[in-house]
Design a protein around this ligand. Sequence first.
Ligand code: ADP
Ligand code: MG
Length: 293
Amino acid sequence: ATPTAVMVGSGVGAKRGILYRSGEALEKVSGVTLVAMDKTGTLTAGRPRVQAMRAAEDVADAEVLGWAAALEQESSHPLARAIVGATTEQGVRVPPAEDVYTEAGQGVVGTVNGAEVLVGNAALLHAYGVSLPPDPEETWTRWQQEGATVVWVARDGQWVGTLAVADFVRDDAVDLIQALHRRKIQVAMLTGDQTPTAEAVGHKLGVDRIFAELMPQDKARVIEQLRHEGYHVLMVGDGINDAPALVAADVGMAVGSGTDVAIEAADITLMAPEISGILRALTVGKKTLGKIR
Ligand code: ADP
Ligand code: MG
């Protein structure tokens, strides 16, 4: 691309909240044949809420919620905000936590009142040798089929409760996916969430491919696989977890509230809150190339 044309393209983009790292980014985005998107915070609204919970027999709901929130206060994950928010709404006291750390793509671990607490997905509990409770009334199954993320809480090696945290599918996500399909662009959803939840959300959105239960490095591997299949891949993500995938893609795009890590790893940053900006980013790339050729 000539420097002038790239600047024109970048200028139009910047006015609409689309920042291109380089002229090359602008060029690469025009040939995209598959858009891969992270679920949490990208395809969903990013305002999840605790919709239901069930505690083990010997503990109270409020205790479990308090232990979970104690750790989640230290986390910036959207699920963490939901869990902390629920304690405020319900007037639940949150005990102090110590030694809290994040297991990327799995959850948080820490100490509350001298007990080791885990809050996260099934893989986190497995990794710490905690057995999941049975699902006699298919409660967990039903929550997942409704598209909720099931969050498990364990204390001193025992399961103590489960929360259903649900987020809304963004209206503009459905529109975006339809618009991409009209342009013959395939859409894939990548998530660290469990398969049944991912499928429920993915089908609602109408995505073509669903990849679930992915660790951050798995997301990058999926991107490489898709490129191997011959797709020119745009990866859209918002979190620390998405950085390896953003780098692995032909074009990486960080969205809205994206973390610094995601923005650094991306070729394009979308500042606008509406993800329809993804479509605009593709259009600006095409138009600019049209001017050059
Ligand atoms: P996504 O790929 O959908 O953006 P992440 O990679 O951030 O999701 O997380 C994958 C899964 O790990 C989540 O679906 C959740 O089950 C679990 N998880 C991650 N962070 C947390 C947290 N702070 N609290 C509870 N669970 C978490
Ligand atoms: Mg995410």
